[in-house]
Ligand binder design. Structure first.
Ligand code: GRG
Length: 300
């Protein structure tokens, strides 16, 4: 009897294994260096769990491009460091003023505001240090391109710019265009950098890099739409962060502009289009395709 070969992609197993390897790499990326007060605060937020979506997107894009996933791990770690620093700073009293993150008290609640700011600063700069100085197997030319992508994603053309417009828009009428600008910059830019950097390290063709950019734009926007929906529909316990904050801060969100049903439909449409763009690479795209679905299917 011939036993059928199971070729179906086991996303749950993939996610479990990817998370395990990312957690190990994150743990190894920070020691208990002096000053220990600072390294403790950095480790507190970096090793607090989280979905690890950004590093996994980077590894999956590198794999799709046919690259060596291990070579992409330092950049994957750097991306999670930049993300974590943005969460620490976002939670500060001067920004979103939140007490809960990843199911634990926020960094400034535990260590105080000054240390939280410095822990964020140290994570951001450590991210660049790791890419520049601790990325064996990646060529200097590629490292330079990765650093360029990370700078654009984190700075005024990305996260910082998106956050600025987000803060300026609180309590104001915001149209769909501005909302999309906020989402694409505050959230989408770093998600894009994840797949682009993974693609660069995997030596992706220009055609694949463009497809990855389109994919990332779609999933980035969809990710934030689902975030807005979960803020309304999920509990703080499940989210690990304070639910219902957008309403309290009088923020314009997709559910506020379009309603919950149309917002979900928009996210699903964006994800379908993002997946379609990877059709020519379908044979090797299973992880990125499943990660796109995970974004709309997630409950936290
Ligand atoms: C990067 C220099 C620099 C400054 C940061 C504070 C700030 C400027 C930007 C805020 C960016 C921000 C917090 C955007 C929200 C993105 C978002 C939806 C975060 C939640 O991501 P998840 O759900 O979280 O992936 P986990 O905890 O699972 O990793």
């Amino acid at each position: 009897m011939v036993t059928a070969v199971r070729t179906e992609f086991d996303f749950a197993a993939y996610l479990r294994a990817a998370r395990e390897s990312v957690e190990l790499a994150l743990d190894g990326s920070l020691g208990t260096e002096r000053p220990t007060s600072l390294s403790e605060a950095m480790r507190y937020s970096l090793l607090a769990g989280g979905k690890r979506l950004r590093p996994i997107l980077c590894l999956a894009a590198c794999e799709l491009a046919g690259g060596n996933v291990a070579a992409a791990m330092p950049t994957a770690v750097a991306l999670e460091m930049i993300h974590t620093m943005s969460l620490i700073h976002d939670d500060l009293p001067a920004m979103d003023n939140d007490d809960l993150r990843r199911g634990r008290p926020t960094n400034h609640k535990v260590y105080g505001e000054a240390t939280a700011i410095l822990a964020g600063d140290a994570l951001l700069t450590r991210a660049f240090e790791i890419v520049a100085l601790r990325s064996p197997g990646v060529s200097p030319e590629c490292i330079l391109k990765v650093i360029g992508e990370l700078s654009l994603a984190a700075g005024a053309p990305g996260l910082v710019g998106g956050q600025m417009v987000d803060l300026e828009s609180e309590g104001k009428e915001v149209n769909l265009d501005t909302l999309e600008y906020i989402h694409l910059h505050k959230t989408g830019a770093l998600l894009s950098a994840c797949v682009i950097c993974g693609g660069l390290i995997g030596d992706a063709s220009d055609e694949l890099l463009q497809a990855l950019r389109n994919y990332a734009r779609g999933i980035g926007l969809a990710f934030q739409i689902i975030d807005d929906i979960l803020d309304v529909t999920a509990s703080s316990d499940v989210l690990g962060k304070t639910a219902g904050k957008d309403l309290v801060a009088d923020k314009t969100t997709y559910p506020k502009l379009l309603g919950l049903k149309a917002s979900r439909e928009r996210a699903e449409q964006l994800v379908a289009e993002a997946k379609q763009g990877l059709d020519p690479w379908r044979d090797r795209a299973a992880p990125l395709l499943a990660l796109a679905d995970y974004i709309t299917g997630r409950d936290r």
